[in-house]
Design a protein around this ligand. Structure first.
Ligand code: SF4
Length: 392
């Protein structure tokens, strides 16, 4: 769902050639040792603190020891048990028989002229995922992937054309944060916001996603504010209460002003329609006291007409919300076109006139294949040159 677009209308540089030299050639991945190594021990990064406590107390250890080790790993970034000086020597010797530390292996990092950065990670078996860092004013937002490919098949989405290949583990989700945060720390910067808008539908992988949020938030570790984390869904309605319970913010890819059009562009709408989706959003807003973010892709001649702006407003006007308008960026085979700047502006102005809180986003990171799924596709032997950004 990555749109990699932020508001404002400033120009950005577009130059795919500039980045070709740093992108490994398609096929390079196959030659890399990408097979998952089966281990007897457990990946430490798959465990929340309560799970770690349960595991260690089950082994006859005191509960407080879990907290000690958790703090070393997430607060001090120590992966060598021997360095955990306030942990007893005997326990330090036991820990490697229980855990190992499996970090994600970065294959490449790309930097856009507009400041956007993108990492491609190897998750084994020739599969890759992407994480993108988007700068905006004083914020550095990390867009995290939750799956390889996606089964939701939204018709305007590049990742949606790559069927689900794997759901990520908690450790692989946390691994994206750790790698980027550690890279930034060396530069004296830090991630300020996290959005689950990368490859995949987060609510199609809820166990791993919500455990990762728990680890990110854990005060004895990373201590990342829940209020700075957003989970974006295409509309898996029964699981939206999990977002509310997690304390994260909710974003919904709405993308149509009525069921008829949404059925065409987002197949999930046939399972849970707009009315059910908006009821769940209303409930989330009521329970959390938060505004819901509605993402709306403007597709030329499909969702960008003025009367559809009015229809959209009628749908959401009683829900505390903001609307992110995303002019579609064409990609090969999408079958959709980008609307004209005039019709985008007219749509935005109509919503503003009606009283909506609207953001119009600008595309970022086009020169690094920044929209979700693009860089991965480069490794698939699919489009070798991406001159456009699909927008989501
Ligand atoms: S927009 Fe999101 S949910 Fe839809 S196909 Fe793309 S990644 Fe999946």
């Amino acid at each position: 769902m990555t749109d990699l677009q932020i508001r404002e209308n400033s120009d950005i540089a577009v130059n795919c050639d500039a980045m070709d030299s740093v992108v490994p050639t398609p096929g390079a991945l196959e030659s890399m040792p990408a097979k998952e190594v089966k281990r007897e021990t457990k990946n430490f990064y798959d465990y929340t603190l309560p799970e770690l406590e349960a595991l260690l107390t089950g082994l006859g250890k005191e509960k407080y020891r879990a907290q000690q080790v958790f703090k070393w790993v997430y607060d001090k970034r120590v992966e060598n048990f021997e360095e955990m000086s306030n942990v007893s020597k005997a326990f330090r010797a036991e820990l490697p028989k229980i855990f190992h530390f499996e970090r994600l292996r970065p294959l490449t990092e790309l930097k856009s002229k507009d400041g956007t950065r993108k990492w491609l990670f190897d998750i084994g078996d020739g599969l890759t995922i992407e994480s993108v860092l988007i700068p905006h004013k004083d914020r550095l937002t990390l867009c995290i992937s939750s799956e390889v490919g996606c089964n939701m098949a939204c018709r305007f989405c590049f990742t949606g054309k790559q069927k689900l290949k794997r759901r990520l583990t908690t450790g692989q989700i946390i691994g994206q944060f750790l790698h980027v945060q550690d890279t930034l720390a060396r530069e004296g910067a830090r991630i300020t916001n996290i959005v689950f808008m990368g490859m995949g539908e987060p609510l199609d992988n809820p166990d791993a996603v919500f455990r990762a949020i728990e680890i990110l938030h854990e005060p004895h570790g990373i201590n990342f504010s829940r209020r700075k984390i957003t989970v974006s869904t295409s509309g898996i309605v029964p699981l939206i209460p999990l977002v509310t319970k997690s304390g994260a913010r909710l974003a919904v890819s709405l993308n149509a002003p009525n069921n008829e059009i949404r059925n065409q562009v987002m197949p999930i709408n046939k399972k849970w329609n707009i009315w059910e989706l908006l009821d769940a959003c209303r409930e989330h807003a009521r329970e959390s006291g938060d505004r819901v973010t509605f993402e709306y892709v403007l597709l030329k001649g499909v969702t960008d007409r003025i009367e559809q702006a009015r229809e959209l407003w009628e749908l959401v006007r009683d829900i505390p919300c903001k609307i992110n308008l995303i002019p579609f960026n064409e990609h090969p085979g999408s079958g959709f076109e980008r609307p004209t700047p005039e019709s985008v502006l007219a749509f935005q102005n109509e919503l503003i006139r009606l009283g909506a809180h609207v953001l119009l986003r600008r595309t970022m990171g086009r020169d690094i294949y920044a929209a979700c799924g693009q860089l991965t596709s480069k490794f698939d032997g699919r489009p070798e040159r991406m001159d456009v950004n699909p927008g989501l």
